[in-house]
Design a protein around this ligand. Structure first.
Ligand SMILES: [Zn+2]
Length: 97
């Protein structure tokens, strides 16, 4: 009587608490775990790094931008320049360090 798992494949995404979880929908954003940055799945910078290798094991995915930000990731300056500028401006005004 165990319900069939069904044909749905699952995706490993990163949550706001930076723990991975399985989701039935693919992420909309990619990220780099060590660089703590996120960007578009077709980010030219990320694709170049993936092609070179070494990046893949640090690759993470987010369901949406709010989750990426909540996890402490910053927007990629290459593929999300407007968001990056906004993030940078916010950080400078909100986080005196
Ligand atoms: Zn990017």
């Amino acid at each position: 009587m165990a319900g069939a798992p069904g044909p749905l494949r699952t995706y490993t995404l990163l949550g706001a608490d930076r723990r991975s979880y399985r989701a039935t929908e693919p992420g909309t954003l990619g990220g780099h775990r060590r660089g703590r940055l996120y960007g578009r799945l077709d980010c030219p910078s990320a694709l170049r790094a993936l092609a070179r290798g070494g990046y893949r094991r640090h690759r993470v995915f987010f369901a949406d931008e709010a989750t990426a930000l909540a996890a402490g990731y910053r927007p990629c300056a290459v593929c999300l320049p407007a968001r990056y500028a906004r993030w940078k401006a916010n950080r400078e005004t909100m986080e005196p360090s």
